[in-house]
Design a protein. Structure first.
Length: 225
């Protein structure tokens, strides 16, 4: 009876998977080949978010490719690199795994990260710090403004015993109005607020300055009391 080979030791497995800094290459993005059966999907919005992160924080996570330049992990990062005009990206060539192991690695690289959870308390503290120091790259971390505000507020409510700080933060109405029809409040490059009726087409021209909106949400006429 043929004896089955014993599995490699933990040290042997680590040595097999280890790579040195000198193994990081920079390859032109047009030489990298997407895996035709890649199970991980990226929306245009997700690619834009990755591109924003790379543009603001840099490309710190090399992609994995096989001996034939087929992408193992990093499809989204490579598409984002193309979108912002990067000519080359850092890659690590995986040549010491079997075809079956490469297929498994492609799935594991994405799936295992999904199985972790956030510490909402610690995340809220980190987000609040970035907000308080006016960090100008908040749009590069993958959380949108309302998501950041919600996590910070929920954590403060937990600390304060469940008080509704959102209601507490609403200032009392002033006797005299500070905004008139046609006023535009500018918060930053992407956020503007117009005082006016959503039923008046001229207000859209005033607010959007010639640009087209992707989506408009409004109440039907006569539904507001």
């Amino acid at each position: 009876m043929r004896k089955k080979p014993s599995p490699p030791s933990i040290a042997g497995q680590i040595e097999k998977a280890a790579f040195k800094h000198s193994q990081i290459e920079y390859l032109p993005v047009d030489q990298l080949i997407p895996y035709k059966s890649n199970p991980r999907l990226h929306t245009d919005r997700n690619i834009d978010e990755i591109a924003g992160s790379i543009r603001r924080l840099g490309f710190w996570n090399p992609c994995l490719i096989d001996a034939n330049n087929v992408i193992i992990s990093g499809h989204g990062r490579i598409e984002a690199a193309k979108r912002i005009g990067l000519a080359a990206v850092p890659v690590i060539r995986v040549e010491n795994l079997t075809d079956d192991e490469v297929r498994a690695l492609r799935i594991a690289d994405n799936r295992i990260a999904e199985l972790s959870d956030w510490s909402e308390e610690v995340l809220a503290i980190e987000l609040q710090y970035l907000v308080e120091v006016n960090f100008d790259g908040l749009n590069a971390i993958g959380f949108e403004g309302p998501q950041i505000d919600f996590r910070i507020e929920e954590q403060v409510k937990r600390v304060r015993g469940g008080e509704d700080i959102a209601a507490e933060a609403i200032p009392a109405l002033q006797k005299d109005a500070v905004s008139r029809l046609g006023d535009i409040w500018v918060f930053d490059e992407k956020h503007r607020l117009l005082c006016g009726s959503a039923l008046d087409p001229a207000n859209y021209d005033l607010l959007l300055e010639g640009r087209k909106a992707d989506l408009i949400l409004q109440d039907l006429p006569g539904t507001l009391k």
